[in-house]
Structure formats: C-alpha cells, structure tokens
Design a protein around this ligand. Structure first.
Ligand SMILES: C[S@@+](CC[C@H](N)C(=O)[O-])C[C@H]1O[C@@H](n2cnc3c(N)ncnc32)[C@H](O)[C@@H]1O
Length: 263
C-alpha cells in the first residue's frame, strides 16, 4: 500500500465518508444531497441539476485520475480493442482511461464525454500527454444531451453505480442511440454479488453510495436487466484478474425486432 499512490489517494479521501459516518443517525435523517460525500460528488445531487464550477469538480476529478491505475489494465486486459476504430468514454473524467486505451492501442481514435467543467480538465490533461490529435473531448450531460456519434465501442467506467435506476436508463438509452448496430458497450465497475468480493461490492460500496445519497452497487444480473430494458442484448461478463476492483460487462445493442421496449 505504501508504494501504491492510486490506493493512497482513495484511502485519503475517506475522511469525507468518515465525517458522514461520525453521526449515522443524522445521516439517516438527512435528505439526499446533504451529506459531505454528496458535496464531494456534487453531480450526485441530480435533483438539483445545475452547472458545476471548476472548484467543485477538481477534488473528485483528480481522485478519479489518480486511482485509474487500479482499474485501467483490468479493463483493457479483459477485452481486445484491435478490431475497433474509435472508443468513446462516457463520464470519462479528465481522460485517464481514454489515454490508457490510446497508449495500449495506437490505431485507436478516442473521444471523452463529461460535464463541462470536467471536460476542461480533460482538454488540459490530454494536451499535456501529447494525445490531443487522437483524443477529442466533448462536454454535456448524459442525462440531457445526445452523446457524440462515430464510436464503435463505448465505455462506462465507474459511472453507472453513481446513479439511481431512472437516470441509469436515460444514460443507457443515450449510449445505445450513439452506437452503430455492430458497436459494443463495455460497462466496468465494482459489482455486488461478486463471489469472494461481497465485502467490497455489497457492504463497502453499499454504505458509500448510501452516504453519497445516489446510486447503489448492482449485481451483473441487475445491470443486465437494466441493459435489456434500455434496448441492449443480455451482457456477457468478461474475465478479469481482480473483480474486487472492477468487473467488466460487454454488451451489444439489440436489433429493433428483439428490443423489449422498441421505441
Ligand atoms: C466516479 S467518476 C468516474 C470517472 C472515470 N470514468 C473514472 O473511472 O475515473 C464519474 C464521472 O461521471 C461524470 N458525470 C456525472 N454525471 C454526469 C452527467 N450527467 N453527464 C456527464 N458526465 C457525468 C462525472 O463528472 C465523473 O467524471
């Protein structure tokens, strides 16, 4: 742990969770959006959707980029991007996952989509990494705006678990509409009901997201139900080395004839 900067960054930010847990009764009584964690992750308060300032998004964006080494290789090792030409990372933060994919797959074009203030950080990071000619950064909200077209693989890395079911369905529908029929979605995050990792996927993330006041850890089966509802096929669970940190689901859009709820 001492030598692991990604883990250290994750551990350090837990002062925010512990300040909420110091008074669990107050936390139980307070409406969603009032906790210290909800302030740390201000997009979690979707009920009061508003533009977020640079100051509000800086701490969590830096933490996400610092902790990306915990999951990037897990995800990139689980699925080959050799046959894909363009990856869109939705909720891609300051572009750490897209940059790791760019370094792994030199033929690949990349796009990152995130909230405007986060996208500004992404543009700076991508330019500083010398990847500006391969990684395009888009800004908007996946709850309100269409996603950029042109990618044949879309990734959602540590994004879905932050949101309640109604918003997840909006997000997954937006992803499906942005994918061509032969495209795929990679959905990567820690999941509940993961054999051997229940303490992390169910207990730890359950308490964390409850304190944050938005989202929850979901099992691969539950994510599969939401994906089918949003017009995808049933996902396939890929094998990865450390499912404690993240698992990876791969899924294609269903043909219109096979959609549960065709529009
Ligand atoms: C937990 S972070 C994960 C970031 C990155 N994927 C990673 O794993 O490091 C969730 C990301 O989703 C973004 N996000 C949240 N709500 C969003 C929205 N409505 N539209 C676009 N991005 C959003 C946040 O700004 C943040 O960058």
């Amino acid at each position: 742990m001492v030598g692991n900067a990604a883990l250290a960054a994750m551990v350090e930010h837990h002062t925010v969770l512990y300040s909420d847990l110091a008074d669990p009764v107050a936390l139980l009584r307070s409406p969603a959006g009032q906790s210290a964690l909800a302030r740390y992750w201000p997009y979690a308060d979707a009920a009061r959707a508003r533009p977020l300032s640079q100051r509000e998004i800086d701490p969590y964006s830096a933490l996400m980029a610092a902790s990306m080494p915990l999951v990037a290789d897990e995800i990139l090792d689980s699925y080959s991007l050799a046959r894909h030409s363009c990856l869109l990372d939705v909720g891609g933060g300051e572009g750490a996952f897209a940059s790791a994919a760019a370094r792994r797959w030199p033929h690949l074009k990349l796009k990152v989509f995130d909230l405007p203030a986060v996208a500004q950080r992404a543009r700076r990071q991508v330019a500083a990494s010398g990847l500006a000619d391969r990684v395009a950064v888009y800004e908007g909200s996946f709850l309100a705006d269409a996603l950029p077209l042109g990618a044949d693989v879309i990734s959602l890395v540590r994004v879905v678990h932050d949101h309640d079911d109604d918003h997840v369905l909006v997000l997954l529908n937006a992803v499906r509409k942005a994918l061509p029929p032969h495209g795929v979605l990679m959905l990567a995050e820690p999941m509940s009901d993961t054999p051997g990792a229940q303490a992390m996927g169910d207990a730890y993330f359950g308490i964390y997201l409850w304190a944050m006041g938005s989202g929850k850890p979901r099992s691969a089966d539950r994510l599969g139900e939401l994906l089918v509802q949003a017009g995808f096929e049933r996902p396939r669970s890929l094998r990865n080395f450390m499912p404690l940190q993240t698992r990876v689901l791969l899924v294609r859009p269903a043909t219109v004839a096979n959609r549960v709820d065709p529009e």
